[in-house]
Design a protein around this ligand. Structure first.
Ligand code: MLT
Length: 309
């Protein structure tokens, strides 16, 4: 069988596919008609977030059995088109949970203590010690929007650092929230109570733009961390809210359009810390998601049950 891989994944995943006897072709950064040509004879397509798997891709790939997403979010894959074409879509939801949670914690500290800004000024020769009076996370309230796998790991870590936890998640029960030590509240209450708000939802029609100007106004004086999906938070509204002091700061790893354009408003605001979608970028996480998606592709080829399909 032929597996086309269009976003870089760890070698361990490619090796696992080859060891199972399959042909692996890597074609990173292909898009448009080049992608349609490359996928024409593929039996599996493996992607991360860099490839848009549209209806046209399914139409161009009559032999496709499975699209494997080496990571969590499947918002770059047209699931309805996959269903119409009888193609399995599987993701690897476990492997990068800890990496994403750790990056979220790092971003919360980065914004609370202005670490990137102070670093840049020191590198430029300035000893700006008196310009940075940070905020402690200890004893502050963390609002978590989305208490799924990543949200729960963030809760564990920041709860153990002394934060009080409130969470909004319509899909989770009180009992589970209690176990995590988070009080379940309504969306608006979560925003109002949060000194720090962290977002951990997938990007769906329901969550797209769910945090915009009115919602940010409820968080007066707080910090927002988004290591989930860019489209969940309105970027123009967030940039304006930090710029005009409604929010004390923000830390953003994900953008509505990636790679982010240099004129994205968030890049122009000093109190917004940004990273280029690095949540899952650890060696352990990349190896785990790559081997896990390879196993699922092999299972699909063997007509075996595919986990996380
Ligand atoms: C994911 O959905 O798994 C993460 O956002 C990581 C990634 O796409 O690189």
């Amino acid at each position: 069988m032929k597996v086309l891989v269009t976003d870089p994944i760890a070698d361990a995943g490619l090796d696992r596919l080859r060891d199972a006897g399959h042909e692996v072709e890597t074609a990173y950064d292909v898009e448009g008609s080049a992608l349609l040509d490359a996928v024409a004879d593929a039996n599996a397509l493996v992607v991360r977030s860099g490839t848009d798997v549209t209806e046209a891709v399914f139409e161009a790939a009559p032999n496709l059995i499975i699209v494997g997403r080496a990571g969590i979010g499947v918002d770059n894959i047209d699931i309805d088109a996959a269903t119409d074409h009888g193609v399995i879509v599987a993701n690897a939801p476990e492997g990068n949970v800890r990496a994403a949670a750790e990056h979220t914690v790092a971003m919360a500290f980065a914004t609370a203590r202005s670490i990137p800004q102070a670093h840049a000024r020191l590198r430029a020769g300035e000893w700006a010690k008196s310009d940075y009076l940070g905020t402690e996370l200890n004893a502050k309230t963390l609002g978590i929007v989305g208490l799924g796998r990543v949200g729960q790991e963030v809760a564990k870590r920041l709860g153990s650092l002394g934060m009080n936890l409130v969470a909004y998640d319509p899909y989770i029960g009180e009992e589970r929230a209690d176990q995590i030590g988070a009080e379940l509240v309504e969306f608006e209450a979560c925003l109002k109570h949060a000194d720090f708000l962290t977002v951990h939802t997938p990007l769906t029609p329901e969550t797209e733009g769910m945090i915009a100007e009115d919602e940010l106004a409820l968080m007066e004086g707080g910090y927002l961390v988004n290591c989930a999906r860019g489209g969940v938070v309105d970027e123009t509204a967030l940039a304006a809210a930090v710029e005009d002091g409604t929010l004390a700061g923000a830390a953003v790893d994900v953008f509505a359009d990636e790679p982010v354009s240099p004129d994205n408003p968030l890049l122009a605001v000093d109190d917004v810390v940004v990273t280029p979608h690095l949540g899952a970028a650890t060696e352990a996480a990349q190896e785990h998601v790559a081997t896990s998606i390879a196993d699922q592709v092999v299972a699909a080829f063997n007509d075996e049950p595919v986990a996380n399909a």
